[in-house]
Design a protein around this ligand. Structure first.
Ligand code: IPE
Ligand code: IPE
Ligand code: MG
Length: 250
């Protein structure tokens, strides 16, 4: 049988995927349940996404778990989210380690309580020498915070006389930005139907492809992830250049 291969577009696996895991509350509401039930159901989608990233050999997976603005939520929801975070971290860290995953928490962890901070440091320490998938969990993360944080480090260097202002450029800012040691973010996925970034990565997504889906996060599975990869594969990335030269850029 003859294959009409020329109609099949090549599948391109993004090196770094970032996901805004949105829609837990609406998923629960639709089922007449409490919002926290939606957050708990979302853990399964996190595990499925990690498994998917492992099988597709994606280098980095970055998941938005709690934004710097999510403190505006009711106290009880924040408390439940913190408990769910520590419980899941404790439960899953061995499996992550056994899968050769390097876990990193990105964000301002200074606002978390002592216990959570200790758990985070312990988990990062355990997995830091692995060399498989880089899994970044954004917790109390804000894209603006990330940039401000970088600017503060640069200011310190200038003040100490280690850096001259005339040498400050994009690379200098990038040197202090989260995940600068990892591949550029190729694809940002947002579930839950909203078409916005909600102060997730700002600096890092200057040339990322954006993919929005109505699927609510607890329903996000391998098929939905594959749909996003298929859509990504069809994108023509030009980085301000032309199609003919984009293979030489980045
Ligand atoms: C995302 O789901 C999870 C967090 C922000 C912690 P939401 O809780 O925002 O769910 P919706 O958007 O209200 O449905
Ligand atoms: C973004 O979702 C934050 C996370 C997924 C952790 P939100 O639900 O907080 O975003 P908004 O409020 O709809 O913009
Ligand atoms: Mg939401």
């Amino acid at each position: 049988m003859k294959c009409s291969c020329k109609n099949l577009s090549k599948l391109i696996i993004p090196k770094h995927v970032a996901i805004i895991m949105d829609g837990n509350g609406r998923w629960a509401k639709k089922k007449g349940k409490l919002r926290i039930i939606g957050h708990k159901a979302g853990i399964k989608s996190i595990k499925n996404s990690i498994r998917f990233a492992l099988t597709k050999k994606i280098n980095s997976l970055t998941l938005f778990a709690f934004s710097s603005e999510n403190w505006k939520r009711p106290e009880q929801e924040i408390k439940s989210l913190m408990e769910l975070f520590t419980f899941t971290l404790n439960n899953e860290i061995k499996t992550l380690h056994n899968n050769n995953i390097i876990l990193k928490i990105i964000g301002d962890i200074s606002r978390f309580n002592k216990h959570i901070k200790e758990e985070i440091l312990k988990a990062q320490e355990l997995t830091k020498n692995n060399n498989g998938l880089k899994l970044n969990i954004a917790a109390n993360y804000g894209g603006r915070w990330d940039i401000v944080n970088s600017v503060k480090q640069i200011y310190k260097k200038i003040k100490n006389g280690e850096l001259s202002i005339k040498n400050v450029n994009e690379k200098t800012i990038n040197n202090y930005i989260c995940m600068n040691d990892q591949k550029n973010i190729d694809l940002v996925i947002r579930t839950g139907g909203e078409h916005r970034i909600s102060n997730f990565l700002l600096w890092q997504i200057a040339y990322s492809e954006l993919y929005f889906t109505n699927v609510l996060w607890p329903d996000f599975n391998e098929i939905a992830f594959q749909d996003a990869i298929n859509a990504f594969s069809k994108r023509k990335r030009r980085y301000g250049g032309t199609e003919s030269n984009n293979e030489f850029i980045q």
